[in-house]
Design a binder for this molecule. Structure first.
Ligand code: F6R
Ligand code: MG
Ligand code: MG
Length: 364
């Protein structure tokens, strides 16, 4: 029997402004998920929070895109939305684009990362949840985990990793996908992955086809056709024994790379790794956050989590991120702090530019 991990996330309201999901919303989700556990839809779950996003981490035996599991998440977010409306929380129901469930939560607003696998004798799994950024924020760290020997020592020295990995890339603008193999096609892969707003890693596989990582790639603004907040992605990574070691899966986040998101989803800023408790994007609605939760998956149960960035070894990364945040902020409304024009299309900027249109006249 295979185990499925489904991580489904949404922002359905927060305090103050787009800051922090209220505990009452998490309690509501807990109620719905506990009921699904009783009804044996789920085997286990853990509810995480990163900023204004609630991340439902669920294990079950129903495979990916299962209607009952997706409906459970949908019901949890709908009930939490009701609670958010009662408390007049900010952005109540923000990520729920439709209130009628039709079999699959994908395309309805929430982000989804899932993977199904046969459990190994011991199966470490790491779940990452972000706030104030987009799915492409995982391109750099996932490349480093599964393709860069300067990050993952095992790619060089462990025969079970030496063959490399395959990357499934989504072109979120053109709705196309491509699979590329590393190390053979590393340069071609990087030619795509550098465009983080367009090409995003959806899945990573071992060369024998075993799933290694899965990312939520929903782009809310492209779905809604207008600015409704950033997508605040999640990712699931398997570790150890034929996969990168847990430490290799965590290592790239010691570098607070620049990601799109932050204030109004319109600014580049450093991705700051924090504990769950410190995942409160406050300064200029940020800087963007990531939390990491380490589990052992054991007979479809979640053992853990360990709060991976609750580690003084990441203090320096946080300090560096805070320094970079300070430096970037000094640019105010200028690129490269503000995102480039193509990326601003789905923000509130076109509304302003439209009004200026009639002021322009032809140059000689
Ligand atoms: C970014 C985000 C916030 C809001 C900002 C304006 O993903 O959620 O930075 O964009 O607080 O919010 P509104 O437009 O709701 O006033
Ligand atoms: Mg919000
Ligand atoms: Mg958010």
């Amino acid at each position: 029997m295979k185990t499925t991990i489904s991580v489904i996330k949404a922002d359905v309201g927060s305090v103050s402004g787009h800051g922090v999901a209220h505990p009452a919303l998490i309690d509501k989700c807990d109620e719905i998920l506990a009921k699904a556990l009783e009804e044996s839809i789920l085997e286990d779950y853990y509810i995480a929070r990163c900023g204004d996003d609630i991340d439902l981490i669920m294990t079950h035996k129903n495979g990916e895109e299962n209607e009952e599991v997706h409906k459970t998440a949908f019901d949890a977010f709908m009930q939490a939305t009701e609670e958010a409306r009662k408390l007049k929380l900010y952005g109540a129901g923000q990520d729920i684009l439709s209130d009628t469930f039709s079999g699959n939560i994908k395309g309805m607003g929430p982000g989804v990362a899932e993977m199904e696998f046969k459990e190994r004798p011991s199966d470490p799994v790491i779940v990452y949840c972000c706030d104030k950024t987009e799915p492409g924020a995982f391109n750099l760290p996932l490349y480093r985990i599964f393709a860069d020997p300067f990050n993952t020592a095992g790619l060089v020295i462990d025969p079970s990793l030496h063959d490399g990995f395959k990357f499934e890339i989504f072109d979120v603008m053109e709705h196309r996908k491509v699979t590329m193999s590393c190390p053979e096609e590393a340069y071609d892969l990087l030619a795509l992955l550098g465009s983080t707003g367009r090409y995003v890693i959806k899945r990573v596989y071992k060369k024998n086809g075993e799933i290694a990582a899965s990312v939520s790639t929903e782009r809310l603004n492209l779905m809604a056709g207008k600015y409704v907040g950033k997508d605040d992605p999640v990712a699931i990574c398997r570790a150890q024994s034929g996969f990168p070691a847990a430490g290799e899966v965590i290592e790239p986040f010691a570098f607070p790379h620049l990601v799109g998101g932050w204030m109004r989803g319109s600014h580049n800023g450093p991705l700051m790794p924090t504990s769950e408790d410190e995942a409160n994007p406050i300064r200029f609605d940020g800087p963007p956050r990531i939390i990491g939760l380490g589990f052992q998956v054991s007979d479809c149960k979640l053992i853990g989590p360990v709060d991976l960035f609750d580690d003084p070894a990441f203090d320096n990364t946080r300090k560096q991120a805070a320094d970079i945040a300070e430096y970037m902020r000094r640019h105010g409304p200028f690129e490269p702090h503000r995102l480039p024009s193509e990326e601003m299309e789905y923000t509130s900027l076109p509304g302003v530019l439209e009004k200026l249109e009639s002021r322009f006249s032809k140059m000689e």
